[in-house]
Write a protein that binds this ligand. Sequence first.
Ligand code: FE
Length: 236
Amino acid sequence: MATNSPLPHPSVFLGEEQLKIIRGYRVHETRTPNRKLRVVTPSQTIGPFFSPGLLQPGDDDLASLKPGGARAQGTPMIIRGQVLDESGKPVRKALIEVWQANQWGKYEHPDDITQAPLDPNFKGWGRVLTQDDGRYEFRSIKPGAYPNPGYDNWMRPPHVHFSLFSAGLMQRLITQMYFPDEPLNDIDPILNGVDDLAARASLIARQLPDAADGSNVFSFDIVLRGTQETTFFIEP
Ligand code: FE
């Protein structure tokens, strides 16, 4: 029941030992005025903190429905990169989810009304947590271009959709990874809607030498903030 009685200062309901713990805690030091407050609002690190239990075996592999299962058709590829903060420090345990079209440019989604075929062995989405060094890696097949319905002759260049969520973010970040040397990149209204050339370049992966198994390898780092920030998209 609400009362008009002022709430006591924390020193009343916190023991001396607990007060020692919060003394020196930056936000308390900087925010607590000299006079006693009726209510102290403590700060709290923003979660979420993802558990490895979120991940199932094979979630890092878009090109198969289950570990060891039949492979999707197309050019095998590996996407790897590092998630970094503004100062270049790795961001660990960031949750990255990706989704993409199959090699014929078809999404397994009811809104994809194109006539391109589905691939029964292509899962088309993946999920990983970054390692302690901020690194992540997915296996997939290279996606195809696809027409954007309702826009004459607009073919979207091959791309992979990314979602990133980590501790300290108030909401997830979304972006798209494009491939180098794709002619459709030059005429795509979405990619070229990013005016700043450096910001646009942040969306294009670098191709590395092929892996031992012949997979194409692409590097795509994600920088959360600062002058090197990756371009993020808003949801329509
Ligand atoms: Fe897409």
